[in-house]
Design a protein around this ligand. Structure first.
Ligand code: PLP
Length: 433
């Protein structure tokens, strides 16, 4: 597969180069050149296939031949080494649990897949690659865990000091080895801006190979399309019109769902469920796209003021506002509404959600008001105990910690504090010399 830059000022790239570079030389996001839908029979008989078989069929056009088929099979098996259960709350609403991986957030799949691809590409290379990544909460842990010990790759994570949950912080600051956590005096957007600046900085790029592990990287973004296929496999015999409500921040996950739709998966509609960071909700109302500084909420992984993948969504629907609107709705909720939803889900269904999942649930409820016949699946993007304080405060029930969380909670945090771009730059130059 060739990938082109959405800024249209760079030459096309193969998968390998797109993964290693992360972003095109003209700063555009890479996008696959021609997407070939999978056969009708694939979807008709999807329930006879294992998750790894589905993944191989769905992903191979994007990565083969740069990754040989046999290697892709191994990477998929290692990546998908946990479950993706769908839990039905009632006849209109289900939740897809995406928190059964090692860091208990959906980003594990993308991070594990990307780490293995990069590890494969870098296996004979003596030059190290530095993965530079900004996190609003969960990316850092998933990337750190996915890349831990991968040969030839150093990982540098920037996170906003005091603005990620305790468990999220532990997950990204306690691993050691090839992982370094930089604690930024600022908000997520400051971290993201520093990362973007580093990629443009010739003093750095002339000395080292920098790449991103945010969802702008195609190897992190594309495997997320599998969630939607697995859910379809699970629910197709029971429900005809399946709609997904995706708690969205950088819009990588919902955009991956749209790629599954491009591959032929019969998805009726998408809902981007947002907190008060509502650029896209406003855009769909007004057709005016106004990025703004992010505001802090209890669903912190979605505190994004300028969603990086929205440009890919526009591309999927050929920049046509009406087509986009026919496929995507967006709603935004306050923290108060989110907490009320967590309590409602607990009281009505005896089910515990994290704040992100609860925002997704609210998206389902709003969409169902106008479309009462569909079955809406909200993505539960993180395990509730990653947001222990809020969950226990809202449902007033102590939660027991899963083994993945217990494993990090008492480890000692190690981070390097920075408060300016120059400090990041100095760190990178020193670490690479
Ligand atoms: C990253 C994240 C999101 C947002 O996903 P995007 O792909 O950036 O839209 C939602 N929920 C959780 C728990 C996350 O970690």
């Amino acid at each position: 597969m060739n990938y082109y830059s959405l800024n249209k000022q760079a030459s096309n790239s193969n998968f390998k180069n797109a993964v290693i570079k992360g972003i095109a030389p003209d700063k555009g996001l890479y996008f696959p050149e021609n997407i070939k839908p999978l056969s009708k029979s694939f979807f008709e008989s999807i329930e006879t296939l294992s998750n790894t078989e589905i993944a191989f069929e769905a992903l191979k056009q994007f990565v083969v031949p740069e990754i040989p088929e046999a290697v892709l099979k191994r990477i998929i098996e290692e990546t998908l080494a946990f479950e993706f259960p769908v839990v039905e709350l009632n006849k209109n609403i289900s939740t897809l649990e995406l928190f059964h991986g090692p860091t208990m957030a959906f980003k594990d799949v993308g991070a594990r897949f990307m780490a293995r691809c990069l590890g494969y590409f870098n296996k004979d290379n003596t030059n190290k690659v530095t993965v530079l990544v900004a996190t609003s909460g969960d990316t850092g842990g998933a990337v750190a865990n996915g890349f831990l010990g991968v040969k030839g790759v150093n990982v540098v994570i920037l996170y906003p000091s005091g603005k990620v949950s305790d468990i999220q912080e532990k997950q990204l600051t306690t691993l050691g080895q090839n992982i370094t956590a930089l604690e930024v005096d600022g908000v997520f957007d400051d971290c993201q801006d520093m990362v973007k600046r580093a990629f443009l900085d010739k003093d750095l790029t002339s000395k080292m190979q920098l790449t991103s592990a945010n969802s702008i990287n195609v190897a992190r973004w594309l495997p997320q399309l599998l969630y939607f296929m697995f859910t379809y496999k699970n629910l197709k015999s029971k429900y005809n019109d399946i709609v997904f409500s995706v708690p969205s921040g950088n819009f990588g996950n919902v955009c991956a769902g749209m790629m599954a739709q491009q591959l032929g998966l019969p998805i009726k509609h998408f809902i981007a469920a947002n907190n008060q960071n509502n650029v896209v909700t406003e855009y769909l109302k007004t057709e005016n796209y106004h990025p703004k500084p992010s505001v802090q909420t209890i669903s912190n992984a979605m505190d994004v003021g300028n969603p990086s993948n929205f440009i890919r969504i526009k591309e999927i629907y050929k920049n046509d506002f009406n087509t986009l609107k026919n496929n995507l709705s967006s709603f935004s909720y306050t923290d108060k509404e989110t907490k009320a939803a967590m309590l409602e889900i607990y009281n009505n269904y005896n089910y515990v959600t994290d704040p992100h999942g609860a925002v997704g649930y609210l998206g389902c409820k709003d969409y169902l008001k106008e479309n009462p016949k569909v079955h809406c699946v909200f993505l539960e993007t993180a395990h509730p105990t990653k947001f222990l304080d809020i969950v226990e405060e809202v449902i007033k029930q102590p939660q027991s910690l899963p083994k993945q969380i217990k494993a990090v909670i008492n480890k000692e945090k190690v981070s390097i504090k920075i408060n300016s771009y120059n400090q990041l730059k100095n760190y990178l130059i020193t670490a690479n010399s």
